[in-house]
Design a protein around this ligand. Structure first.
Ligand code: NI
Length: 252
């Protein structure tokens, strides 16, 4: 079985059909990321309804200007009330979209890392054009998690792994001009989790169209090719990693 460790679903998606297509492709569990208020509220309804969908919650750096301390307290309350919220994320730093508020982004990030420490939960990290600051902050904390949509250097990958992080590998791996292949080739399967980041970043040959968790095997196939191993091996090793990191009460 495969697990998509990072995707965004909306109530407008036909989730019954989506789950059927995922099951056909061997994708048996999903972890959705609720990273703004609307996404969190919708996600809570989705995880209530579907036994094999779990959730991480947290405020994305793009939410920095509207997130208050009360909102962070709300996250804590939700996490304590709901066993299917299994981590905090996606949280982090984004200097691609937002450059003029680095300090407040760091502050929001730190607050959510403190919450993760308090609740002893893994984290899911969003880092875009902010590698050094992200790394420096994570180094100060003793947390575990996933570097979502990893697309950095091999050297940086090794540093994150040393800190106890998995690399979330998604559709970017299938892009023709991606250097991620060289990273995946050198790092162990013990440090990789699979993700789609749907509806964004669809893998080749669906690049540019709406992504879906059912495409996880396309990413797994690419990893199998790079690692010269089987799809079964990719499935079992990456699923084991997910269970090591997250407390998934899986009933499937
Ligand atoms: Ni995402």
């Amino acid at each position: 079985m495969f697990i998509d460790t990072h995707c965004h679903l909306s109530k407008e998606d036909n989730i019954d059909e989506l789950i059927n297509r995922c099951t056909k492709n061997g994708v048996d569990a999903l972890i959705i990321s609720g990273c703004d208020k609307k996404g969190i509220i919708e996600g809570l309804e989705i995880i209530e309804e579907y036994s094999n969908i779990y959730m991480t919650i947290g405020f994305h750096p793009s939410e920095v200007n509207t997130t208050t301390d009360e909102d962070i307290a709300w996250l804590e309350k939700l996490i304590k009330e709901n066993k299917k919220i299994i981590g905090i994320g996606e949280i982090g730093l984004d200097y691609y979209w937002e450059r003029d508020n680095k300090e407040s982004q760091k502050e929001l990030f730190e607050k959510q890392l403190t919450l993760a420490e308090k609740l002893n939960l893994p984290i899911v990290i969003h880092s875009r054009e902010a590698t050094q600051d992200t790394y420096n902050i994570l180094k100060k904390h003793r947390l575990k998690g996933i570097i979502h949509c990893y697309s950095g250097s091999l050297e940086m990958a090794r540093e994150y792994i040393k800190l106890g992080y998995y690399l979330g590998i998604g559709g970017v791996l299938t892009f023709k001009n991606s250097n991620l292949k060289d990273v995946v080739k050198e790092i162990s399967l013990d440090n990789i989790t699979l993700e789609t980041d749907s509806p964004y970043l669809a893998p080749t040959p669906y690049r540019g169209s709406k992504n879906s968790p059912e495409y996880i095997p396309i990413i797994a196939e690419k990893i199998a090719e790079i690692k010269e191993t089987t799809m079964e091996e990719i499935a079992s090793r990456t699923t084991k990693n997910v269970h090591t990191l997250f407390d998934l009460k899986i009933h499937i």
